[in-house]
Ligand binder design. Structure first.
Ligand SMILES: Cc1cc2nc3c(=O)[nH]c(=O)nc-3n(C[C@H](O)[C@H](O)[C@H](O)COP(=O)(O)OP(=O)(O)OC[C@H]3O[C@@H](n4cnc5c(N)ncnc54)[C@H](O)[C@@H]3O)c2cc1C
Length: 376
C-alpha cells in the first residue's frame, strides 16, 4: 500500500465492471464512486440473453442483437414451440450493453481500467476497506465486489462454446430461437445445441453441457460442426467464438468480508445458469437502497425458489440420463408466457404446480427429501 496521505477516499468502490458492476454504477448518483475493471467492453464481448417485456426491451434496445417471440426445445421425440405475446427472448451484445452503461455514468462516478489488488477489509459486510489499483491506493466506505467466484472442483456447471457464423445459404425458421436441441451426443452429460438466428444467414450456435466435468474446447467445436453438417448448413465465415463456464452450485467469493454482487453474490439461477435478468432487478433495487442511505443487497431469489432449484439439480445429478425429459416436460407443461415467467424466477404458484406434476415423482421426491435433510 502507498503512504496514508496518498490514499483516495471513495464513498463506494465497485470491483469488476461486468454485468452487475456496470448495472449498479450506471444507476448511482451524487456519491463519489469508482468502478475498477481491467478489461474493455470489447475485450470481454459475449452474448447475454433474457426474457424481456416491452419496457425492458426498450431500455436495452441499443444492445439488442436479436429478439424472438418464438422459441423451441427439441429432442428425438419431437419439439415444443412456444409463441409468446408478452415476452421476447432477447439476446444482447455484452459489449454494447457495457458501453451503454459507461456512457450513462454520472459525473461523480468513474471507471478505472485496472485490477484491484491487495484488498484489506475493515470488518465484514458493508464496512469498507482499502486496496490498490493502477499504482494508486484507495479507501472506500463500502465495497461491492463482483470479481468472478471461485468454483469448487467437480461442481455442476453449464459450460459451452458458441460460434457466431455467417452461412452460405439462408436457413428456414429464422424467426424461432432454438433454446435446446438435445439431438446430440449425450454420453458425457446433459448436452444441447443452442441456436439464435440473428438473421436467416447470421447465427449464434452453441454446444452447451450441464455436467461436473469440463470438456476440451475441441469437443464443443466438434459438436457444433457435426450439428451443422447433419443439417447441411454450410458456414461462409466464423465471426467470433465465445467460451463460458457458469457455476450451477453455491460459489465461493474472492473475499467474504465485502458485499458480493452479481454471479458471486448468488444471482445465477442454479437450475438454468441464467443471471442477467436477476442482476438487473437486484442492481436496480440496490441502487435505490443506496440512494435511500442504506447499503443492503436485496436477495436475488426467494428461499423457496432456491430450494426448488437445488432439488432440480440434485435430481439431475442423480439421474443425468433423465435430464432431457426434465427440460422437455417443463416446456410441455407451460405455455410461452408461463415458461418465460418460470425461467425468470417469477412463476406463479399454479405454474409451479404444473411443473411439479409434470416431473417424474420418484427422483424428485428423493431429491427433495435429501435437500430438506441437508439444508445447504
Ligand atoms: C460467456 C457467458 C455467457 C453468458 N450468457 C448468459 C445469458 O445468455 N443469459 C444470462 O442470464 N446469463 C448469462 N451468463 C451468466 C451471467 O449473466 C454472466 O456471467 C454475467 O456476466 C455475470 O455478471 P457479473 O457482473 O457477476 O460478472 P462479470 O460480468 O463476469 O463481471 C466481473 C468482472 O470482474 C472483473 N475482474 C476480475 N478480476 C478483477 C480484479 N482483480 N479487479 C477488478 N475487476 C476484476 C472481470 O474482468 C469482469 O469484467 C453468461 C456467462 C458467460 C460466462
Amino acid at each position: 500500500m502507498s503512504s496514508e496521505d496518498k490514499i483516495i477516499d471513495l464513498d463506494i468502490a465497485i470491483i469488476g465492471g461486468g454485468s452487475a458492476g456496470m448495472a449498479l454504477a450506471s444507476r448511482l448518483d451524487g456519491l463519489f464512486a469508482t468502478v475498477f475493471e481491467p478489461k474493455t467492453a470489447s475485450e470481454r464481448d459475449c452474448s447475454w440473453a433474457l426474457w424481456a417485456q416491452a419496457p425492458q426491451l426498450l431500455e436495452l434496445s441499443l444492445s439488442v442483437r436479436g429478439s424472438w417471440d418464438k422459441w423451441r426445445l427439441i429432442d428425438h421425440s419431437g419439439e415444443v414451440i412456444h409463441h409468446s405475446h408478452q415476452y421476447r427472448y432477447t439476446c444482447l451484445s455484452s459489449k454494447q450493453y457495457l458501453q451503454w452503461c459507461e456512457t450513462h455514468l454520472k459525473q461523480s462516478v468513474n471507471l478505472l481500467r485496472a485490477p484491484v489488488e491487495n484488498l484489506v477489509t475493515k470488518g465484514s459486510g458493508a464496512s469498507g476497506g482499502q486496496f490498490d489499483a493502477g499504482g494508486q491506493s484507495y479507501r472506500a466506505k463500502v465495497i461491492y465486489d463482483s470479481r468472478p467466484p471461485k468454483v469448487p472442483k467437480n461442481s455442476l456447471c453449464q459450460h459451452f462454446i458458441g460460434w457466431e457464423i455467417i452461412l452460405k445459404k439462408p436457413i428456414d425458421n429464422a424467426d424461432i430461437a432454438t433454446l435446446m436441441d438435445f439431438r446430440v451426443d449425450q454420453s458425457r452429460g446433459l448436452h444441447f445445441i443452442y441456436v439464435l438466428p440473428y438473421t436467416d444467414r447470421h447465427l449464434l450456435v452453441e454446444s452447451t453441457m450441464i455436467s461436473n466435468q469440463l470438456e476440451d474446447k475441441d469437443w464443443y467445436r466438434n459438436a457444433i460442426t457435426c450439428w451443422l453438417k447433419e443439417r447441411d448448413i454450410e458456414v461462409e465465415a466464423q465471426l467470433h467464438e465465445e467460451y463460458g463456464v457458469i457455476p450451477m452450485t453455491k460459489v465461493q467469493p474472492q473475499n467474504a468480508d465485502v458485499v458480493n454482487i452479481g454471479a458471486v453474490g448468488g444471482a445465477i439461477r442454479l437450475s438454468s445458469g441464467y443471471a442477467f435478468s436477476t442482476i438487473q432487478t437486484q442492481m436496480k433495487a440496490l441502487a435505490n437502497s443506496i440512494t435511500a442511505g442504506k447499503a443492503e443487497l436485496p436477495k436475488a431469489f426467494s428461499g423457496a425458489l432456491m430450494f426448488m432449484d437445488k432439488v432440480f439439480n440434485r435430481a439431475l445429478k442423480a439421474e443425468p440420463d433423465k435430464g432431457v425429459s426434465f427440460f422437455m416436460a417443463t416446456a410441455k407443461a407451460l405455455n410461452a408466457d408461463q415458461f418465460s415467467r418460470f425461467m425468470l424466477g417469477q412463476a406463479r404458484p399454479i405454474e409451479w404446480v404444473r411443473v411439479i406434476l409434470a416431473m417424474p415423482k420418484k427422483p424428485f421426491l428423493k431429491a427433495a427429501l435429501k435437500q430438506w435433510l441437508n439444508h445447504d
